[in-house]
Design a protein around this ligand. Sequence first.
Ligand SMILES: *Cc1c(COP(=O)(O)O)cnc(C)c1O
Length: 405
Amino acid sequence: MAFDVQEIRKDFPILHREVNGHPLVYLDNAATSQKPQQVIDALVHYYSHYNANIHRGVHTLSQEATDAYEIARKKIQEHFNIEHKEEVIFTSGTTQGINLVAHGFSEFLNQGDEVIVSALEHHSNIVPWQMLCERTGAILKVIPMDVDGTLVLSEFEQLLSSNTKLVFVNHISNALGIINPIAEIIEKAHAVGASVLIDGAQSCSHIKPDLRALNCDFYVTSAHKMCGPTGVGILYGKREWLSKLPPYQGGGEMIKEVTFEKTTYADLPHKFEAGTPNIAGGIGFGAALDYLNGIGFDAIAQYETELLNYATEELLKIEGVTIYGTGSEKTSVISFNIEGIHPYDIGTIVDKLGIAVRTGHHCAQPIMDFYNIPGTVRASFAFYNTLEEVDRLVAAVKKAKMMLS
Ligand SMILES: *Cc1c(COP(=O)(O)O)cnc(C)c1O
């Protein structure tokens, strides 16, 4: 089936609303994606037909809900090419997945052990590890970045040693859109015996990763970045690691047997899924994967590259524009500034024209510090955006520049 953006846009009710008297142009996809009717319907159908708690009841509704939730887990397993279904842990999102692993690693790190992060990370993939280092006395090292927004891999090799226990990097930087060479990073880390966690929150909507081929030890992502609901995501972990890691939270669902003397924990994946989960969210996540795979990730990537190239060309025609993150391996995120104008002011004016962009540090302050700027304007494109919307962005930015300079 040919890629038809006008047909695709019909699936997204929100894209047909107006903002400040103008048709909405939604270019904040790196913060969260919009939801197609198919995902909204899955949520509504669950709540209106078989809402019940899962894994506990013998009654029909509970069984239907449990089946739907477990089918969603199976879809996630297949989508990410994960070997065992119990290696898919439902979480509330990327942030929780990272905290779960960082919490568990307290038991495996000693004073003087080293962990490595990249300069391009979201705060969610920095702060939990700093907290871990404070608890354990481990040392946090940073893979530096270049001016074009790419990681300096030769420096990474210098940082690796037999002291390195864990490396955590994102697949795609949410602030710059740069795609990191994760296959190479995983291979080099494994060569010194270190484990690797990949933050897939920004890449999951653009690239379908093959986790078995990548061979990472952990992978985390959020459904809301890939057309799914908020408040649900996954942690993938290799079975050997998940078996060793201690539970993150205690409660119902994660136990085998509880007495006041001793509690034994449930098997994977339930050991890490305490309490009633986001059942509707999990089911909606499955519906989002069906939707995206129905379009196809190759078609999505090809179309988004077209949007990226066109928007880059047109924005650079505006005098005084600087784009941050110019490396060649890049997805459809453009972080830019106009000389002498604060990004917040540009964001405010383009919003008056119906265009949603992000301004600020994008939860990645170290990157902004590197460029010595307070923040950027970030336009992030999804497969449901159009070339005409790029034109509207460019016209709005020109207008903002005229008004502000
Ligand atoms: C969005 C994002 C996160 C945080 O995801 P949450 O859904 O807020 O937990 C982490 N890392 C990257 C790269 C992101 O884009």
